[in-house]
Design a protein around this ligand. Structure first.
Ligand code: ADP
Ligand code: MG
Length: 466
């Protein structure tokens, strides 16, 4: 069946499909990804969809195409595949990779999905890996540990000319390198759509290069990479030790720098510390701006949790966020994972998020993260701070001068260890868990109303954590 022009039914079919998809994926994702699409026509069993940018096309092809195809199929049995075509306002334009239009269309057919699954990527245009829509500058929480890297990334994204070359971002895992790189790509694609951006992992770069060698296709390979405006390669530590890939990378790198194109790289170490990397490459990498992201601080972790909860539109009690920020310190990925688990659990059982459920749900993770602060240490510190004897922590004395410090110690034990209320009670002279609960509530109240007291508790917590 061939329909040359967009007929009313095809458009209304798409509208119907859109309505369904919108419900499935939510308003925000719908607006970012599907609203910009327009149906063109149906040709040889393929529905042709116009997409305004390559980024949107790649993302939609990777994430929504399968579902779209199913919906199209049930709406219109003539449709067996979807072709995405990069077009602006009805005018075909060269895609970001400057290839003929036919070559840039991504065909979402079951066959392609299978080929992808096998890793046999036949699709010439998907050199750039899909970008995560959540990884934008807006969603990046800036704090002391990452402000420099953030500023550098922003500079590269907003500049019309190349401010420094390369920008080299490095940090341990899960601290935001990939997020910042995607954010640069999003920003450029939005503000300067004429500039071509390729973002990919070093592994994929290597894989493509090796395949080009095997298929004796290295000229094409070189052309593809050397014609971009911004080349971003993530996790370049994977290239070290691979001599031929390194050589090719070095040449590509030099060619792009000489032409005034921007390069952005990331790695888990500084250029000087990358083992198995050639000296001349190291020294070139060091020529630009090297920015590292430091380990997170409590404040940054709290900020990130707040921002994520807001994004998910979920009410997470302040206490729970503080608890997570104290406890999950390894990196942001783990922190996000912990929050997601807590949220998913609460939604599943249909209850509010509380400190108790949080501790339950994250039991395994918390044990691993436990900073080996023991209740004995807490008792010793707190006793010293308030000038009482450690034995008073266990005694039956109820005078406020000892009862209050005891309550503080119980509170800190709950905050800083993964002990349960009965366990804590036992360590304080065999008290009942309801006594511990009462102590926690009392300390919370006092913290709110007495700023000196709040400061004392905070100081103790910091000392114990240090
Ligand atoms: P890396 O590439 O350094 O291993 P990622 O960029 O993949 O780390 O970050 C891991 C996760 O943490 C991602 O989901 C990312 O969005 C999130 N993340 C990291 N830093 C921040 C930040 N400052 N603000 C918001 N999210 C962050
Ligand atoms: Mg990464």
């Amino acid at each position: 069946m061939t329909i040359g022009e967009v007929s009313q039914p095809v458009e209304s079919q798409w509208e119907k499909i859109c309505g369904l998809l919108r419900e499935e994926i939510g308003d925000a994702a719908y607006k970012s990804w599907l609203k910009p699409l327009a149906v063109r026509d149906i040709h040889d069993g393929s529905v042709r969809m116009a997409v305004p940018t390559r980024f949107i096309r790649d993302w939609v092809a990777a994430h929504y195409a399968d579902r779209m195809r199913v919906l199209w199929g049930s709406e219109n049995p003539a449709v067996r595949a979807i072709d995405f075509i990069v077009q602006t306002e009805g005018h075909q334009r060269a895609s970001a990779l400057r290839q003929p239009l036919t070559a840039t269309a991504v065909r979402a057919t079951p066959q392609l999905a299978r080929q992808r699954g096998n890793g046999a990527d036949r699709d010439a245009c998907t050199i750039s890996a899909p970008l995560d829509p959540r990884f934008t500058f807006d969603n990046f929480v800036v704090g002391k540990p990452n402000e420099f890297a953030y500023a550098a990334a922003r500079r590269v994204a907003d500049a019309k000319t190349v401010p420094f070359n390369p920008l080299f971002l490095y940090s341990g895992v899960g601290l935001g390198k990939t997020h910042l790189m995607h954010a640069i790509a999003w920003q450029i694609s939005r503000q300067q759509p004429a500039r071509t951006v390729i973002y990919l992992s070093a592994e994929k770069f290597m894989y493509r290069f090796i395949r080009a060698l095997r298929e004796q296709n290295t000229v094409d390979f070189k052309d593809q990479f050397r014609s971009v405006d911004v080349l971003m390669i993530d996790d370049v530590q994977f290239i070290s030790g691979k001599d031929s890939t390194q050589e090719e990378f070095f040449h590509t790198f030099n060619a792009l720098v000489d032409q005034g194109r921007q390069i952005v790289l990331s790695a888990d170490k500084s250029p000087s510390d990358l083992e198995g990397m050639e000296e001349r490459l190291k020294s070139r990498l060091n020529c630009g701006l090297v920015a590292d992201i430091h380990a997170t601080t409590y404040e940054l972790r709290l900020g990130i949790l707040q921002s994520k909860a807001e994004q998910m539109n979920i009410l997470v009690p302040r206490k729970v966020m503080e608890f997570l920020a104290h406890k999950i310190t390894a990196n942001v990925r783990e922190l996000e994972g912990a929050l997601n688990r807590v949220v998913a659990h609460a939604q599943l059982i249909g209850r509010d998020i509380t400190l108790e459920t949080t501790q339950e749900v994250l039991h395994d993770l918390l044990r691993a993260n436990d900073r080996r602060v023991t209740i004995e240490e807490i008792q010793k510190r707190v006793a010293a701070h308030f000038n009482i004897r450690v034995s008073d922590m266990h005694s039956a004395r109820r005078a406020r001068s000892v009862a209050r410090p005891r309550q503080v110690a119980m509170y800190l034990a709950k905050q800083l260890t993964s002990r349960s209320l009965p366990e804590i009670g036992r360590k304080f002279g065999g008290r009942d868990h309801t006594t511990v609960m009462h102590a926690l509530r009392r300390v919370e109240e006092l913290r709110e109303h007495d700023s000196n007291f709040a400061e004392d508790v905070e100081l103790l917590r910091r000392m114990l954590e240090a």
